[in-house]
Design a protein around this ligand. Structure first.
Ligand code: AMP
Ligand code: MG
Length: 410
């Protein structure tokens, strides 16, 4: 049985990076992953401009200005934002300028209006600026041809601002991985059905589809598959035809009706692991199929218990989806140290994940264990979970007040 760290590393090794670039319109690029470096088509700023409302001047004219020794200049024009200056500023002259306006030829410095007094076409400068003060020089942020953004970046609001400024109306992104979701089990029904004795609702289908979407991939919900080898085989083959990654839940234990591993082997998959020393979630199957036309699907057979399915998804599947999406970094889960507010108990044999809430307090992070039973069949106390405390192998108790590593999932 692999350790959690070994399994996680192996899964990332098995996960390919995307290769084909997809161009998308700028207004649909939110959340997508940049696939190519974007070189700047322009200098930023595009021209010398003013950082203040004030007057564009020649520094030599205002050097040494003081309230009791002001310098008097002739105002030759006003340059509003969006218009070009019409005349150069000569000795003894100034141009009224507004924030973002182009600096006129001849001027090299901006005096802010708070240290001036205007009267008709004259302006008194009452304090000396620094040379070149309040001038944003052309190309000082970035030069045409410089890289603006590197591939692998997640496109959010700030990145959209940069892309728009660079007039990048079509953005090269990686295709989102398509993830088929299957729920295996004779006892499962959809939520709209009355429950007969022994039946339960297929909650994993909904939870896993949501987590797939949150990981930046596209869920393909394929529904419930009965515990029959032929039905399962047909469902896996149909999933293979439409997805890059297949996530099934249920049917991977060693029970009489657990056929997933057998079927994967029959379909020619290579099984890389069948169990991991993690609690909840010990039975975890990871398999790969041979590449067909450049596409090598990855299979995750998660345990059926609702908590086990979510914990193994967060710990093992989500990092793989982030890599498969083309992110340059940040695949693995985020762990932060937090002080636990109550005792955390574990068996000591397997790395144990206990669900609850991570809160930010004035003195750092705190972890609050969810109330109620911490067994993998109890999904009721999962609501509100944004973090999992990790109790390492060999530890049976982390006492209240001690620091524990917490995996952020919300
Ligand atoms: P299995 O991994 O198939 O042995 O299932 C373990 C437990 O998880 C059983 O109690 C199942 O009823 C439950 N289970 C399996 N699949 C699902 C599902 N899709 N949604 C909710 N519970 C499930
Ligand atoms: Mg089952």
């Amino acid at each position: 049985m692999l350790s959690v760290a070994e399994a996680a590393a192996k899964i990332l090794d098995l996960t390919p990076l995307p290769t084909e670039v997809e161009p998308v319109p700028l207004d649909t690029a939110l959340g997508r992953i940049l696939a190519q470096a974007i070189p700047s088509p322009l200098d930023f700023p595009h021209w010398d401009n003013s950082a203040m409302d004030g007057y564009a001047v020649r520094y030599a004219d205002v050097q040494g200005a003081r309230a009791d020794q002001p310098r008097s200049l002739t105002v030759i024009e006003t340059i509003p934002a969006g218009r070009s200056p019409t005349r150069p500023v000569g000795p003894g002259q100034a141009a009224r300028i507004l924030t973002g306006s182009m600096l006129p030829a001849g001027a090299d410095t901006v005096v802010m209006q708070e240290v001036t007094q205007r009267s008709g076409d004259r302006v008194l400068v009452l304090a000396a600026p620094e040379p070149a003060q309040f001038v944003r020089h052309r190309g000082s942020y970035c030069r045409a041809g410089d890289p603006l953004m590197a591939p692998g970046l997640v496109i959010g609001g700030p990145e959209l601002a940069v892309l728009a400024s660079a007039q990048c109306s079509e953005v090269p992104v990686w295709p989102q991985p398509r993830v088929a979701i299957l729920s295996a089990g004779d006892e499962l029904v959809t939520p709209d059905r009355p429950l007969r004795p022994g039946q339960i609702v297929d909650s994993n289908q909904y939870a896993l589809a949501a987590l797939v979407r949150q990981a930046g991939a596209v869920p393909i919900p394929l529904g419930i598959v009965p515990d029959q080898p032929q039905a399962l085989s047909a469902a896996v083959q149909s999933a293979l035809a439409q997805a890059d990654v297949i996530v099934s839940s249920g049917g991977v234990s060693v029970g009489d009706y657990d056929y997933v591993d057998e079927i994967l082997a029959d379909l020619g998959a290579t099984l890389h692991m069948r169990s991991v020393a993690v609690k909840p979630g010990k039975p975890l199957t990871v398999a790969t199929f041979a590449a067909e036309s450049g596409h090598a699907p990855l299979y995750f057979g998660l345990p059926g218990n609702p908590v086990s399915a979510l914990v193994t998804f967060w710990r093992f599947v989500a990092p793989a989806l982030r890599k498969r999406s083309g992110r340059a970094a940040g695949w693995g889960p985020l762990f932060v140290p937090a002080v636990t507010h109550c005792d955390l108990k574990a068996g000591g044999q397997r790395e144990t994940y206990l669900w609850g809430r991570l809160e930010m307090a004035a003195d750092g992070y705190r972890f609050e264990l969810a109330g109620g039973g911490h067994n993998s069949g109890n999904l009721i106390n999962l609501a509100g979970t944004n973090a999992l405390a990790v109790v390492p192998v060999g530890t049976k108790l982390v006492s209240a007040g001690e620091t524990v590593q917490v995996m952020v999932v919300g």
